[in-house]
Ligand binder design. Structure first.
Ligand SMILES: NC(=O)c1ccc[n+]([C@@H]2O[C@H](COP(=O)([O-])OP(=O)(O)OC[C@H]3O[C@@H](n4cnc5c(N)ncnc54)[C@H](O)[C@@H]3O)[C@@H](O)[C@H]2O)c1
Length: 437
């Protein structure tokens, strides 16, 4: 197998984050701490996981970061936009995820990461009041201001390359409309300030026009639109999304493939959460929760394939709730009640009580996405990066040329195989299929 021609990761990589909130500030703090301490960032596959190469007997098992040419943590420069948080330090303090003793050694660097004024519109996030917000005569003008921000960040920080990972609030749910069907329609919509164009779509447009890969960590439609897929291909830029796979959905995509592997039936899955951070407050609005619900509900169906297994998975009640409960802050608690059945139809129950920390689970995903999207760009990839589905609750798929919708892959184990085999083939190694190897 011949290796791809991948440009080396020389120079600085700018990681730009729309939304300097809990996830973004926790991500930045963790990278700064890892740089200072030399300790590995826990939860990051790109930094900590090994990858087997060749047959078992060969014993080749390097770290992924030593196998593929990824940017080094020391070469990352951070930036971002936020309508509320003035800088990364304030954002971290407001979020309350990290202890002061962890912030103290990096506080000067965090404070130096100053948020640029955001493209923000309260009609998409009703619970927030933005104060540091761009103004312009049209949405096209706002996009042009973002493009100018991206270029000045690039030059002022001497960045070789940039990536954008959306870490801002979940926007209200709206369907795809005419304005999203082509680049031409979208650009006209920007000039007309079409109300169906959301702030996150303006960021995505600005990124792609600037040749910057864009990964969407929230469930709203930013890149998962025909116009953005067309633009990404035209500009030769990788895109992906959506919604970081953490917490309850992570558990679902770990457990459900196990039930299916053992041919155990599922009758119902009831999930509820309490969450008290700003994300929880935003999701307390039914319109914003709708975006999240859509992204969370698709998971079980696609893993369990009820059409192929009607006896086991043809009648599943799947319910997801998120309740805003301020005392919990970022320390979400999730309860799952899973009704399964086995031999001769006898029912059983599983209860999962996950006391997680949302941003602690999401931060390593931001790092991996930034590094892998940068790698994809250097490998000449354009359009949807399905091999990074591993990181998303509602992975984007490349539309089929005949127009039929392809199902996304949700099974975390298949996603992991796909990710690693993509890296192997790009580097000229055989994919590992576990047959006679
Ligand atoms: N933490 C997780 O486990 C997890 C998992 C999946 C998805 N997400 C998503 O990641 C996003 C960030 O989560 P969080 O916990 O950091 O939320 P957060 O509320 O702490 O941070 C979001 C930040 O985005 C800012 N913002 C809102 N609109 C903006 C805009 N138009 N431009 C720039 N900034 C804007 C807000 O002011 C806020 O500071 C949310 O959409 C959340 O749903 C988080």
């Amino acid at each position: 197998m011949t290796a791809r021609d991948i440009a080396p990761a020389t120079g600085k990589l700018g990681v730009l984050l729309p939304g300097l909130g809990a996830v973004a500030s926790t991500f930045i703090a963790g990278v700064l701490q890892a740089r200072q301490s030399g300790e590995a960032p826990i939860g990051s596959l790109s930094q900590m996981a090994h990858i087997r190469l060749g047959d078992r007997e060969e014993g080749r098992n390097p770290l992924i970061k030593d196998f593929v040419p990824l940017a080094s943590l020391d070469d990352i420069v951070f930036g971002g936009w936020d309508p509320i948080s003035p800088n990364a330090l304030e954002a971290a303090r407001t979020a309350g995820v990290l202890e002061e003793r962890d912030l103290a050694p990096i506080s000067a660097e965090m404070e130096g990461i100053v948020a640029m004024d955001a493209v923000f519109d309260q009609s998409w996030v009703s619970r927030l009041e933005g104060t540091r917000v761009k103004t312009g005569a049209s949405k096209m003008e706002l996009a042009e201001q973002l493009i100018a921000d991206i270029e000045s960040f690039r030059t002022e920080n001497g960045c070789d390359r940039l990536v954008i990972v959306w870490c801002a609030s979940t926007e209200a749910y709206r369907d795809v409309t005419e304005v999203h069907q082509s680049v031409e329609a979208f650009e006209q919509g920007l000039r007309d300030s079409d109300p169906m164009i959301s702030p996150s779509q303006i960021y995505a447009y600005a990124a792609l026009i600037s040749g910057v890969p864009f990964a969407n960590g929230a469930p709203n439609l930013s890149t998962d639109l025909p116009c953005m897929i067309e633009l990404a291909r035209r500009e030769g830029v990788p895109i992906g999304g959506k919604d970081f796979k953490t917490g309850q959905t992570l558990m679902k995509t770990i457990l459900a493939p196990g039930f299916k592997a053992r041919m155990l039936g599922l009758r119902g899955w009831y999930s509820t959460n309490i969450l008290g951070n700003r994300d929880g407050e935003v999701l307390d609005d039914p319109e914003n929760f709708k975006s999240k619900e859509v992204s969370k509900l698709g998971v079980i169906d696609t893993i369990l394939q009820p059409d192929a297994y009607p006896d086991l998975y043809g009648n599943v009640d799947h319910v997801v709730r998120i309740n805003y409960y301020p005392p919990r802050g970022d320390n979400k608690e999730g309860w799952d009640n899973i009704d399964i059945f086995g031999w001769m139809g006898y029912p059983m129950q599983i209860k999962v009580n996950f006391l997680c920390r949302d941003s602690i689970l999401a931060a390593p995903l931001v790092l991996d996405l930034a590094l892998f999207f940068d790698l994809a760009a250097r490998a000449g990839e354009a359009g949807v990066q399905e091999w990074l589905s591993f990181y998303f609750k509602a992975p984007m798929v490349t539309p089929n040329p005949d127009g039929a919708d392809l199902p996304p892959e949700h099974d975390i184990f298949i996603q992991q195989i796909k990710l690693k085999n993509t890296l192997r083939t790009w580097m000229g190694e055989e994919p590992v299929t576990h047959t006679e190897q």
